[in-house]
Ligand binder design. Structure first.
Ligand SMILES: Nc1nc2c(c(=O)[nH]1)N[C@H]1C(S)=C(S)[C@@H](COP(=O)(O)OP(=O)(O)OC[C@H]3O[C@@H](n4cnc5c(=O)[nH]c(N)nc54)[C@H](O)[C@@H]3O)O[C@H]1N2
Ligand SMILES: Nc1nc2c(c(=O)[nH]1)N[C@H]1C(S)=C(S)[C@@H](COP(=O)(O)OP(=O)(O)OC[C@H]3O[C@@H](n4cnc5c(=O)[nH]c(N)nc54)[C@H](O)[C@@H]3O)O[C@H]1N2
Ligand code: SF4
Ligand SMILES: [Mo]
Length: 704
């Protein structure tokens, strides 16, 4: 018997809509949902079949019996493990209060039960990965528009010129977005790409700037100065909707194109050519503000300037520009219900200090790394337990050794994961979630120019004794006496409860796998634009009123990044199209495509160090070292070395990934406390490493 299931991919955080074919209880085919993606899927999405077939994942609930990280696990039933966790939590809450519990998850559309669980307990300490990802971009967006990072969408397909600063859109990809770039190029659009090395996106670009690492802020200052000087901006839009233009213009005056070109190591002539193109292409120009910008000490300011360049282009709410993400209300519809909305707000202040000690940051999920300090100092109060749901902080944040020291202060660490993560391996309990093809999820809204309601459907029965997240949190909540906030027993109950205000039923999703909330993209009439910015002034703020009140300069003088000492390099990292961070490294199919990472090093520098392509090299930083093969290339800046993030894994039960390649986060010694003071993002590229030809002739790399 065969059938089709519409669902959402779970191989990365993008969650592309998919169509799954099932025959006799086995998945036989996965493709992009033809109604949205025309069948397109990336390599990782196709490797969902291999994930399903993989035995090297937790197959039942596990309770730690040896020391933390020693790998001595006892397999138990769900009844036993849920009682065990609930009893431990009850003791912790009785002694130190619910506020001593932290829950972190990777964010996304299906986190409502997890958030509801923590809120129902009465803890304010919800957090996520974002200080190692998009926090700088989010705070930059808030400071300009009063709107968050995800409140803006980009109409790439219809633009004339897309400008990407280290946004390697064709490798660090979303399938739909990557296809939009290709369509835009086919239609004759321009793509300008800025990076410290060459990438697939750079190869497709019509203009490529290879910059000195950490100089994006300089380049954006030069661009703003050039645009203003050439009069290549939308004066009417700027004067109608924004404040602070005159201050901005005066501030950027010394940052000329010639100055920026010299600072970044690029040609002034090419930069002038770029400014001329902007004059031709605006307003249909998009400066992408970046995504993963937990990199440099001024990444917040670089992202802020990219937002300002969009404002100067006057590209907001137009075809081929930036479009505000719309929700149900914007389409004249009622939205779905969320569990968190019915639960009283915890009254305690956050243990990471966000919202009271650090008032400049958006409260939202706070800043995970600041909890580590509190774990050790118990100031403002003791922390006793950490739950990580779909999140692996030991891969996500720098310096796992320093993190483990802080984690040792906790009484209960729980990992809710589909895999053995590095964090899970160090936890007290692993609650194995069924993988995405084996489980249903609640309903969620995907905001955008054309918003829709989405859901994830189970395609096949779980292969092992695993459970879906919505069930795990409901079961824990019941045992902890807060089950009343989880008004469901089955997923059908949850769907019905969520959909109740909308008048829809789950049957409405079955034909295509989603429900559109609008027939075509919703664009606001221009006269509505004046009322949408949520800044203190209600306008786009080129100089932020909120930050000025906090004593923070919005227009910050540029400081050149440090040059690496002799024999050392700045360690930069990034993504590959065939992996998602660390959690697909052990996937049987993806492992075949990319069994290990390599260290990119500039050819001239390699010659100086006697390193040839393919040689083993020792890479070290502050007493930590590792071994990796060198990739000698002209296509990386001489100050930097580069590797793909996610490798160098240490869980022995993942035989393919175990010790394959090098882990960049382990070499980021001391960077756990190094954050952008305004953006809150970690400064993961602010570390140097020493590189030497290795005297070992290894067949494969060894543990760091
Ligand atoms: N295939 C795949 N796709 C993904 C992901 C994945 O794991 N795998 N993850 C998703 C997630 S969570 C995120 S946040 C996004 C990240 O999306 P991106 O931010 O686009 O991805 P990265 O590969 O981290 O970084 C891009 C580039 O920044 C460059 N870079 C380093 N220093 C500098 C600098 O000083 N200036 C400039 N201009 N560039 C610099 C690096 O060389 C790298 O090529 O990708 C998403 N998409
Ligand atoms: N050094 C360095 N640090 C980085 C980065 C870098 O490039 N270099 N990138 C940064 C970025 S952009 C990000 S977004 C973060 C990502 O950091 P993480 O939050 O660690 O993200 P992932 O590796 O995507 O996933 C975390 C965990 O989710 C699990 N998981 C996957 N699918 C499911 C599921 O369906 N259910 C459950 N319960 N679990 C699941 C995986 O097995 C994995 O253990 O790391 C950041 N940190
Ligand atoms: S980008 Fe690839 S892995 Fe990520 S959700 Fe889409 S198809 Fe899946
Ligand atoms: Mo990310």
């Amino acid at each position: 018997m065969s059938n089709t299931v519409f669902s959402l991919c779970g191989m990365c955080t993008v969650r592309c809509p998919i169509r799954v074919e099932v025959e006799n209880g086995q998945v036989t085919w996965i493709e992009g949902n033809p109604h949205i993606l025309d069948g397109a899927l990336c390599a990782k999405g196709s490797a969902g079949l291999a994930l399903l077939a993989d035995d090297e994942r937790p197959q039942q609930p596990l309770i730690r019996r040896g020391g933390r990280g020693a790998g001595r696990w006892e397999g138990v039933s769900w009844e036993i493990v849920l009682d065990f966790v609930a009893e431990k939590l009850k003791g912790i809450i009785a002694r130190d209060g619910a506020r001593s519990v932290i829950l972190s998850c990777r964010g996304g559309p299906f986190i409502d039960p997890a958030r509801a669980f923590l809120k129902a307990l009465g803890s304010p300490n919800f957090t996520d990965h974002d200080s190692a990802c998009g926090r700088n971009v989010h705070h930059a967006s808030l400071s300009v528009y009063g709107l968050g990072r995800v409140d803006l969408a980009y109409d790439i397909k219809n633009t004339k010129h897309l400008v990407l600063f280290g946004r390697n859109l064709l490798e660090a990809l979303k399938v739909g977005e990557a296809n939009q770039v290709l369509d835009m190029l086919d239609a004759g659009g321009r793509l300008t790409y800025v990076d410290v090395r060459q990438t697939i996106t750079g190869l497709k670009a019509t203009r490529f700037f290879q910059v000195r690492p950490g100089t994006d802020y300089a380049l954006t200052l030069g661009m703003i100065q050039g645009v203003i000087k050439a009069g290549a901006y939308d004066q009417e839009f700027v004067s109608r909707y924004s404040t602070g233009f005159d201050q901005l213009a005066a501030f950027v005056e010394p940052y000329t194109i010639e100055w920026a070109a010299q600072e970044c190591g690029i040609k002034a002539k090419s930069l002038h050519g770029f400014i001329d193109e902007l004059g031709e292409d605006r307003p249909k120009v998009i400066f992408h503000p970046g995504w993963m910008l937990a990199r440099y000490r001024d990444s917040f300011y670089a992202s802020r300037n990219l937002h300002l360049l969009n404002v100067l282009m006057g590209n907001i709410e137009i075809k081929g520009g930036q479009i505000l993400a719309k929700g149900a209300k914007d389409c004249g519809k009622k939205g779905i219900r969320n569990l968190v909305d019915g639960i009283p707000q915890p009254t305690e202040k956050r243990a990471d200090g966000v919202g009271w000690k650090h008032t400049r940051f958006d409260k939202g999920p706070g800043l995970f790394q600041l909890f580590y300090e509190t774990m050790q100092t118990a100031d403002p109060y003791p922390l006793k337990s950490l739950f990580c749901y779909r999140h692996d902080p030991l891969t996500c944040f720098p310096d796992p050794a320093a993190q483990k020291q802080a984690l040792d202060h906790l009484d209960l660490i729980v990992s809710i994961d589909t895999h053995y993560s590095e964090f899970g391996w160090y936890s007290d309990v692993i609650l194995p979630e069924s993988v995405y093809l084996e489980r249903d999820c609640g309903i969620s809204i995907q905001k955008g120019p054309k918003p829709r309601l989405i859901y994830r459907r189970q395609a096949v029965a779980p292969r092992f004794d695993t459970k879906p997240g919505w069930w795990i949190f409901q079961q824990l909540a019941e045992r902890l006496g807060v089950g009343q906030y989880f008004p469901y027993q089955t997923i059908e109950d949850l769907w019905a409860w969520q959909l109740e205000p909308t008048g829809l039923t789950i049957a409405d999703f079955e034909q295509k796998g989603f429900v559109d909330l609008a027939d075509k993209p919703v664009l606001l009439a221009l006269d509505k634009l004046a009322n949408i910015y949520k800044t203190p002034s209600g306008k786009i703020e080129m100089v932020s009123e909120k930050l000025t009140k906090e004593g923070i300069a919005t227009l910050k003088p540029y400081a050149s990044p440090l040059k690496p000492p002799e024999g050392m390099f700045r360690l930069v990292f990034g993504r590959t199209a065939v992996n998602s961070h660390g959690h697909t490294i052990n996937n049987p199919l993806l492992h075949e495509l990319l069994p290990t990472n390599t260290l990119w090093i500039n050819k001239r520098e390699a010659v100086k160090l006697g390193i040839s392509d393919g040689d083993w090299v020792d890479v070290s930083a502050d007493g930590v070292s590792g071994v990796i093969k060198a990739k000698v290339t002209e296509f990386i800046h001489p100050e930097a070395v580069y590797c793909i993030h996610g490798f160098g894994r240490q869980v022995p039960l993942q035989s393919r990934a175990y010790h394959a390649g090098l882990s960049d986060q382990k070499l980021q010694v001391g960077l756990l406390n190094d954050m952008d003071p305004v953006g809150g993002g970690l400064c993961l590229c602010e570390g140097f490493v020493e590189v030497r030809r290795s005297s070992n002739n290894l067949k494969r790399s060894v543990e760091l």
